[in-house]
Ligand binder design. Structure first.
Ligand SMILES: Nc1ncnc2c1ncn2[C@@H]1O[C@H](COP(=O)(O)OP(=O)(O)OP(=O)(O)O)[C@@H](O)[C@H]1O
Ligand SMILES: [Mg+2]
Length: 249
């Protein structure tokens, strides 16, 4: 469904991605982990066609997207929805207008539009928030609205950039469950970038570990846990220790 072949991203000579190879299968939940600055968000932006690689090939649903025109790229972006870290809602639009953005050119009758918006909000567990402005929502609600807006496009794949960052553990769990649930219900391919190791372990079909612009591991959660590679154990332990430190305060 999604493939990166020997992809380099080197803006102004800065080596952000150094030969990334990834194959993400239709319908799976694929989690990308790695330290801050490793290049995780860059991979999502490349898959979504927001930026272009300096070398290598990127395929979406069998189509090589490197050299597509902006218009062709817009079609790809409809297939691949992005849920941004900051939710990236349009602040001057209501929740309903944000969610209905995907249908703005369809000239739908108002009741039909309202019905679709309501149904899409229900999918992410929200009701009676249509007329609110983004500023009137909590962080967790904003993420859900961002997700609803992405789902409205009926994408074949959904890319999530740190969907649980900045949320309390309960809300994080709800969002993770939602990702899993949507993956099953809509049969979308899901790529999730996260720092949340237990969360990733709970939902991932496969995990990739990115270090300084290179993939150092791809496999199942079991394979990751059982890896005898020192750098991988360090990553798992480092994460666990960090969490401990946070919990201890
Ligand atoms: N267009 C660009 N020009 C220059 N440097 C860039 C560009 N895009 C990304 N970078 C750099 O590449 C590195 C990786 O960025 P990226 O946002 O992909 O990291 P990340 O793994 O998502 O990190 P985080 O966990 O903090 O979100 C960073 O050091 C960033 O500053
Ligand atoms: Mg990032």
């Amino acid at each position: 469904m999604l493939e990166l072949r020997d992809v380099y991203f080197t803006p102004d000579g800065i080596q952000v991605l150094n030969g990334v190879n990834l194959q993400i299968d239709q319908g799976e939940i694929f989690v990308i982990m790695g330290a801050s600055g490793a290049g995780k968000s860059t991979i999502l932006r490349l898959i979504n066609g927001l930026i272009r690689p300096d070398a290598g090939e990127i395929f979406v649903d069998g189509v090589l997207i490197n050299n597509l025109t902006e218009k062709e790229m817009a079609r790809i972006r409809r297939k691949v929805g992005m849920v941004f870290q900051s939710a990236a809602l349009f602040d001057s639009l209501t929740v309903a207008e944000n969610v209905g953005f995907a249908w703005r050119n369809e000239k739908l009758p108002r009741p039909e539009l309202e019905k679709r918006v309501k149904e899409t909000l229900e999918v992410v567990g929200l009701s009676n928030v249509e007329e609110r402005m983004p500023a009137e929502l909590s962080g967790g609600m904003k993420k859900r609205v961002g997700l609803a807006r992405a789902i409205a496009m009926q994408p074949e794949a959904l890319l999530y950039d740190e969907p649980t960052a900045g949320l309390d553990p309960m809300t994080s769990n709800t969002i993770l469950k939602l990702i899993k649930d949507l993956n099953t219900r809509l049969n979308v391919t899901s790529v999730v970038v996260t720092h949340d190791l237990p969360g990733a372990f709970a939902i991932a079909d496969r995990v990739a570990l990115l270090q300084k612009g290179k993939i150092i591991f791809v496999g199942t959660v079991e394979e990751l846990k059982n890896s005898s590679e020192q750098s991988i154990q360090d990553f798992i332990l480092g994460n666990t220790n960090q969490e401990m430190a946070v919990k201890i305060g």
